[in-house]
Design a protein around this ligand. Sequence first.
Ligand SMILES: O=P(O)(O)O[C@@H]1[C@@H](OP(=O)(O)O)[C@H](OP(=O)(O)O)[C@H](O)[C@H](OP(=O)(O)O)[C@H]1OP(=O)(O)O
Ligand SMILES: Nc1ncnc2c1ncn2[C@@H]1O[C@H](COP(=O)(O)OP(=O)(O)OP(=O)(O)O)[C@@H](O)[C@H]1O
Ligand SMILES: [Zn+2]
Length: 452
Amino acid sequence: MLVRADDAKDWFYKGEGAANIVLGYCGSSLFLVGKVLRIQKVAKGGSPSPNGCLVLSDHERLMWKDIGELAESTSKDVAATAFIDHVMRNLLDSKHIDAGILVHVSKEFLEAVEGNIKSQRPPWRIDASKIDVLCESAFLISDHSIIIGTPKHDFCIAVEIKPKCGFLPSSEYIAEKNAVKRHVTRFKMHQFLKLHQGEISQISGYDPLDLFSGLKDRIHLAITALFASPQNNFRIFLNGCLIFGGLGGSMDNTDVRSHKSGEAIADLISACGLQLGSFLELVAEAIFGSGILDRLLATQQLDVLDIEGAIHVYYNIISRPCAVCKNSSDAELLHQYSSLHSLSLDDSLKIVREYLIAATAKDCSLMISFSRTADGRNASDCNSVALKSLNQSYNYKAYFIDLDLKPLEKMAYYYKLDQKIVNFYKMNDKTEGKPSISGSGGPPGEALDASS
Ligand SMILES: O=P(O)(O)O[C@@H]1[C@@H](OP(=O)(O)O)[C@H](OP(=O)(O)O)[C@H](O)[C@H](OP(=O)(O)O)[C@H]1OP(=O)(O)O
Ligand SMILES: Nc1ncnc2c1ncn2[C@@H]1O[C@H](COP(=O)(O)OP(=O)(O)OP(=O)(O)O)[C@@H](O)[C@H]1O
Ligand SMILES: [Zn+2]
């Protein structure tokens, strides 16, 4: 369907994450107006994905055997759709999910896009990955940063939030030495490692527990903290254009940050008749009123054992000696873990399957778009929200994006990264009373190389 290299000029760079590039449409096809195209990337030096062969490993196919369409999928795109339709849709409310449709894209089209968007991609993303030009399909999804039907003279303002994990784990399998995980969020601990590794320039004051609290004031506090430190967790779009937050993902160094200053944003928003403070309050009100994060939290909580428990079960599935038990000499812990190693294959599959579903829910984002209601009427496919302080109500729509299936083979990486995060946090906590924010010195647990 998008086959000509010439079609590429109608698509502009909208953003990207670790795995996909997303393009907005600026051409004249009525079918494509208001849509984005989500194209898969491939790691530089990695091999592009050949279409037509099974994309899941044997162990993954066993794990997802109850979902035939997923287990037997012959392209990543088909697997992605099946995962969203048969797994995530049941867990999160269908009305907040839009899997999009698969469209055919030619190599010529993808190569032309690659060339066109090069200057807008963050350099560190260019170094890491490129468009997978051999991938013959891409997803056409509604652009959730706009509300179709917003009158030309009016505006549409949207936020994108990557909430991350919204609960503290309480698994009995968390080793006593890692007890800090029970009372400090993974997000907070990870911030210190990210700062040390130069991925962020300051520690965020955002607390996911506030966002997921179900309490209006705490949700508002979380939104304010996200605005103060957006990193890759917060963006604002005005009429579909990014006006605040990093383009392309996590790094928030000034050179890869494309947002205007807080003051300029406040001016832009107030030109739409809305004060920045009221806008942030409106976002909090919509999150609170919709209860949209309740089901997301429940899905994240399918991770019951924490990676410190789930990792053992993973080794049951791949039928290999457990690398964690092998490196432990703590008899008491080994005894505790032995109960996990005696679980049946079916129980093991269920635990790891749910761990991976939870991992998707901990990494997805939420987009909420707002437009003014005309004459107090709200659009049929929107909910409405109002603030006492504003003499105006707003239509809003909320959608989850990036509900990608996580690969089973990531389990070992998850364990290493978890230990690296907690070790780094503990070491700084002990030596300085509170974690260092200087970002200097080598990280402890370098042997636990979570980048491999
Ligand atoms: O492990 P985390 O918590 O750092 O999450 C990764 C994200 O990092 P973040 O901390 O949100 O900046 C990471 O985001 P960035 O690339 O840092 O923007 C990805 O979302 C990654 O998922 P995938 O490899 O694309 O499937 C995410 O990996 P998963 O853990 O979700 O597999
Ligand atoms: N349906 C959509 N409407 C509008 N913008 C979108 C849509 N989907 C994605 N985007 C934009 O594109 C960016 C990248 O998309 P996405 O999060 O799906 O990439 P990813 O590579 O899967 O991310 P991750 O790093 O989390 O794996 C998003 O952060 C968002 O700004
Ligand atoms: Zn073990």
